[in-house]
Design a protein around this ligand. Sequence first.
Ligand code: G3I
Length: 364
Amino acid sequence: MFAGIACAMPLTLPACAQVPANANPGLRDLARARGLTFGTAVRSNLLTTDAAYAALIAREADLLVPEWEGKWEALQPERDRFDFEPLRTVLRFASSNNQRVRGHALLWHEAMPAWLAPALREGPAQAQQILETHITTVLRETRESIRDWDVVNEVIADPPGSDNPSPTEGDLRPTPWLRALGPNYIERALRLARQADPTLRLTFNDYGVESDTPWAAAKRTRLLRVVRGLLERGCPLDAVGIQGHLQMREPFRAEPFVAFLRTLREMGLATLITELDVREPDILAPSLEARDAAVAEYAIAFLTAAVEGGARTILTWGLSDRDSWLVQEPGVARRDGQFHRGHPYDSELRAKAFRARLAQFFTR
Ligand code: G3I
């Protein structure tokens, strides 16, 4: 059993959303009572092997996103051979816990199986056929269970000053997809998805637009220019996902971020926070308690602005420090051997200040 936080006293929730006094509302219940959706990324291999992990996910999340099971390397490991089993594991878990699943990601330049990049170099006609086969096959398989997909992921080029600035000028990241199909590959993917499933919510997902820095401001400008261009060409698009991989070494200020989300909303687009987690600064606070309080403070300031800007769906990228790319990915892991404490739960699945502040945030 994990040492989660149980709400000892019944919460005073709006009458319409009263949770039975003896229940211990999870974040999913608290968020729903406020008209928000809370969820998280999950790993199918942990859902089936780690009971404490599975119980935590079941209790806290209304909406799941597969961390890797919805990507090309998992779904189409060989050309024209699809493997939906890992994704079905997530779908079965969600179904048995009354949870929804959002899809991630129909087109990305990472998590590409070995066969894909060389195949995309065969020419635009073949590249278009490969993209069409993937999108129509995946959407046919998931039509009954997934109603929102990140159709394109991380297509905006990183500006100078950001962690990994794009080597080229222009708004679009240089990827095998851009080289194979040209700048309108994004439109092609969105139109293929709409054609395959007319009522699917089509989401454009990206990162690095959150902080109050020159490069985040530049990336916001680039994203708005690309999205506005898509809409002006009549391209189907319903939402923009803001990943929310926050970095505490970067300042955050609500005003520019709220204005950015409101501009997207004025374009007729929904916005959602899709991959929230927090990277701590290089110099850590002197105690775990101080570190956790600082992480929670930074995250809640961001979420307050996100909701003020119109976001109504919030997903963290995992619930615990243990199963996080922030620990496993050398490029972002801490060099001092400590774990980033950027999630609501620690590596022993114990609730931290972030979880308590989220509960308060949802019951404001
Ligand atoms: O593919 C294997 C699978 O066969 C195996 O059964 C499974 C269980 O061990 O592992 C799978 O491997 C790794 C997978 O994570 C699960 O841990 C992949 O090798 C590894 O590449 C994959 O990394 C993920 C990465 O995206 C690439 O897909 C990270 O977990 C995931 O956190 C990261 O998430 C991305 C978002 O999709 C987009 N935004 C940035 C974010 C962080 O990079």
